[in-house]
Write a protein that binds this ligand. Structure first.
Ligand code: RI2
Length: 320
């Protein structure tokens, strides 16, 4: 099958991080599948061929960024419902309709989850508090916005998040939240951790033992938070659970290009090897709570498998 234009373009946008953030990537991937559905339909001669075409397109999207599991979980949701209906005798037309409905259903779940996470996190934010956050996570921002609007959060320290500076997006989104936003370099996290009550971050993947895979730098900030007796709160939709990863080590860490770290002539700094891991692993023992849309895990070391089951996560097409 010729890969639909829409799929190729979205894959490129995800790879280059013009589209980023685990949930946004999942939504964009699903929207691309919906927009490509008519092309795939036109090219397939049977219901089976339609599903095969869908899978080929999914494969292109799955090959973009290896770490975050929201997209693989979202595509699994789609794939599982097509597969189920195909085995029950659905026609090609019906499958196309089901694809579009499943996309709408998952996107609705994304929006609703973020709202529910914010609600469930409120009792965990101390009154008149200061938070420190890292990178940009839509789930973490929804928690901080609600806490600020409710008068719980007075200050948020936002790390700039080298090398791609996603902290700038967070600072902008919190601008009118009611909290005072302080934008700091990543290296200043230790300096301001002592003035923070809680560290709030999102997730790219949650392993079955509660290990958190998130933007590079999260691990050192969580270590620091524990050293200074600060609480660590993770805002993560259940579709961030990586059911195939027993521990965070099972999640492949994406390494990105050296030009993101150092743009100029490498000879100017002695041509060292430049390393650019995009994510790191924070063990569950450093985390106080993982807030999902269907409940809070206060002991993530042992609660993730039950939470995955409760969320109805089916065997997924995770790439690892
Ligand atoms: P939401 C981001 O990764 C960050 O690591 C963030 O914590 C995570 O996705 C989750 O984001 P990147 O795409 O789904 O910037 O909460 O590499 O928006």
């Amino acid at each position: 099958m010729v890969i639909p234009e829409e799929i190729a373009k979205t894959a490129d946008d995800i790879r280059s991080m013009r589209i980023r953030g685990a949930s946004m990537i999942a939504v964009a991937g699903l929207e691309a599948m919906r927009n490509a559905a008519d092309d795939i339909y036109g090219e397939s001669k049977s219901p089976r061929a339609f599903l095969d075409g869908v899978r080929e397109a999914e494969k292109v999207l799955l090959g973009t960024r290896p770490t975050a599991v929201a997209l693989p979980n979202a595509l699994s949701f789609l794939d599982n419902s097509l597969d189920r209906n195909l085995s029950e005798g659905a026609s090609k037309e019906e499958l196309r309709k089901i694809l579009k409905e499943s996309v709408a259903q998952f996107i609705e779940r994304v929006t609703e989850a973020s709202r529910r996470i914010a609600d469930l996190a409120m009792p965990l934010i101390p009154a008149n508090s200061a938070a420190i956050t890292h990178c940009h996570s839509s789930a973490a921002v929804s928690v901080m916005k609600k806490a600020a609007a409710g008068g719980l959060l007075r200050t948020v320290y936002v790390t700039e998040t080298r090398p791609l500076y996603q902290g700038r997006i967070t600072a902008k989104e919190l601008k009118d939240s009611g909290a005072s936003v302080k934008f700091i370099t990543d290296s200043a996290a230790g300096f301001y951790m002592k003035d923070s009550d809680v560290m709030i971050v999102g997730a790219d993947a949650i392993a079955m033992n509660g290990g958190l895979v998130n933007k590079i730098g999260t691990f050192q900030m969580a270590t620091l938070a524990k050293q200074l007796n600060k609480r660590v709160l993770v805002a993560a939709e259940t579709y961030k659970i990586a059911t195939k990863a027993s521990t965070g080590v099972d999640v492949p860490i994406e390494f990105r290009g050296s030009e993101e770290v150092y743009e100029q002539d490498p000879a100017l700094i002695g041509s060292p090897e430049i390393l650019n891991p995009a994510f790191d692993i924070t063990p569950a023992r450093l985390i106080d709570s993982i807030v999902t849309e269907i409940g809070v895990m206060a002991e993530p070391e042992r609660e993730v498998p039950a939470m995955a089951k409760k969320a109805g996560l089916l065997p997924s097409r995770q790439v690892f």
